[in-house]
Design a binder for this molecule. Structure first.
Ligand SMILES: [Zn+2]
Length: 502
């Protein structure tokens, strides 16, 4: 019979617990110093080891000869407690025993001393599921616990616990397990079980586990079942139904280019092949996360651990796109998980989000280009010339803010903030001048001027400018465009109003 890896490799000592040294060390010390509390609270995401540690702790405080703080597994008490039907370590799932009657019953039983060791241990899993009255009943027991009783409350949602419970427990926060620790653990297990593996496959499994030992090992279980004891990178992708990175790379390429037509086509092909929509969104989010890593970290492949050929593709793509755009895409696809829960048609949600993103990227790129063009124009055409130059007060003489750069950056920041209307108002035709650290925008359209000078809009403009260049203010002035005077006016100017023109 195949025993799931998670069960087969469940730790039996503190030293076997992965990635929670900050907790196991203090618990071992409490046992060594014989300073056991009556109530513990274990908080943290699922699969991080709360129940495993609770069980190890329960056995270890009872063991007759603990080895390095953990139960020896050999003494009479250890052997008695290893029997799952023992009456001294009781596991209660609060999700299914959440009523006050059940907690009252527990309070009755608490009185009886342990059968085997020194302590009777109650492990209450998912304790946040208890009803209010059940909490109150539990609280009474926690207030005056019999000497021989230890409570270990475990929860994934500590914010749902009443303060009265929190204040009576010694709290330990379990953290997500790091990729490195998970990889080490997987390799140990694979070696121990005579399973062959590629390093890149192990990294991928560890990443798919998202910090949970249990989830990591269930992915590993799927892969073992799928591959017959030889785990390759591709096999992992197939086993979990994740999309091949090359396909993702092409998909991401379409998004970055704003190529809506090919994007929709390829999405269609992937979906037709039966890939799960939310998995596609997840894979895309991970892909853009990888791009962000490549873009920002020098040692990116120590972090990503991908096959070489694939890293090249990532590098090329990352070089051709700004980090702002990568983050925008990452944000879009990671936010979809919530939306999928609220819709009956996830496909449309994914498509609409992708299309909006394409559009945003196109606009953003054109803005970036505009700013770049403005910045490049700077040295040749300083048209404010001698009048304003000497008056410019410069905070930092090595970086001189000039009006074109400032105006361009203002547009980009407004775009980032999605201030579409302000961008439209500031459009191509706005003139601007920097004087005494005030960037004055000249509007020649009365309606536009009125809108721009509304207090709310002025505040946005000034706040945004302040983020770009501290100390620079924005003001808006109405300036009628100088019309070319008519010939009649020119003549009148010259000869006076007496002139008669037929
Ligand atoms: Zn023992």
């Amino acid at each position: 019979m195949y025993l799931a890896l998670y069960r087969k490799y469940r730790p039996t000592t503190f030293d076997g617990v992965i990635g929670q040294e900050h907790i196991t060390t203090s618990l071992k010390n409490q046992i060594k110093n014989n300073a056991i509390s009556h109530a513990y609270l274990f908080c943290g995401t699922r699969g991080t080891g709360k129940t495993s540690v609770a069980k190890i702790f329960a056995k270890s405080i009872n063991c007759e000869n603990p080895v390095n703080g953990s139960a020896c597994g050999k003494c009479a008490t250890c052997q008695a407690l290893n029997d799952p039907s023992n009456l001294d370590i009781l596991e209660i799932d609060a999700a299914s025993n959440n009523r006050v009657d059940e907690i009252r019953e527990l309070r009755e039983k608490v009185k009886y001393p342990p059968v085997n060791g020194k302590y009777k241990v109650y492990i209450i899993d998912e304790v946040h599921m208890l009803t209010d009255s059940a909490f109150n009943a539990l609280l009474k027991t926690l207030e005056e616990p019999p000497k021989h009783v230890v409570f270990i409350l475990a929860t994934t949602e500590v914010q749902k616990l009443p303060a009265t419970i929190l204040s009576r427990c010694l709290r330990f926060d379990f953290k997500l397990v790091g990729i490195g620790d998970l990889e080490k653990h997987l390799k140990y297990i694979f070696n121990d079980s005579n399973i062959k593996y590629e390093d890149s496959a192990v990294s991928l499994i560890a990443r798919l586990g998202e910090g949970s030992v249990r989830d990591t090992l269930s992915v590993a279980d799927m892969c073992v079942a799928y591959t017959n004891k030889n785990i390759t990178y591709d096999a992992v992708l197939n086993a979990v139904g994740a999309i091949d990175k090359t396909v993702l790379g092409t998909l991401a390429g379409h998004i970055l280019k704003g190529d809506v037509h090919n994007l929709l086509n390829q999405l269609n092909i992937i979906i037709e092949k039966g890939k799960n929509i939310s998995q596609i969104a997840k894979d895309l989010a991970n892909y853009f996360r990888d791009l962000a890593v490549v873009k920002t970290c020098e040692n990116f492949n120590e972090i990503l651990k991908y096959p070489e050929t694939f890293v090249e593709t990532l590098k090329i793509q990352a070089n051709n796109v700004s980090i702002d755009i990568i983050l925008k895409a990452l944000k879009t696809f990671s936010a979809l998980d919530n939306e999928f829960r609220l819709t009956t048609n996830p496909r449309i949600v994914l498509e609409v989000a992708s299309l909006n993103l394409c559009d945003e990227i196109k606009n953003f790129v054109s803005l970036e280009n505009r700013v770049e063009a403005l910045e490049q124009k700077k040295p040749q055409t300083i048209n404010v010339g001698a009048v304003s130059q000497p008056e410019v007060i410069i905070k930092n003489p090595t970086i001189q803010p000039d009006e074109k750069t400032l105006f361009g950056k203002l547009l980009v920041s407004l775009r980032k903030k999605n201030e579409v209307m302000l961008i439209a108002l500031l459009g191509e035709n706005t003139n601007f001048v920097l004087n005494n650290n005030v960037l004055t925008l000249h509007s020649s359209n009365e309606q536009e001027f009125k809108t721009l000078t509304k207090p709310d809009n002025l505040k946005i403009l000034n706040d945004t400018m302040n983020e770009i260049e501290n100390g620079v203010k924005v003001s808006v002035e109405f300036k009628e465009e100088k019309k070319q005077p008519s010939i009649e006016e020119m003549l009148k100017e010259k000869f006076g109003n007496d002139l008669k023109i037929d």
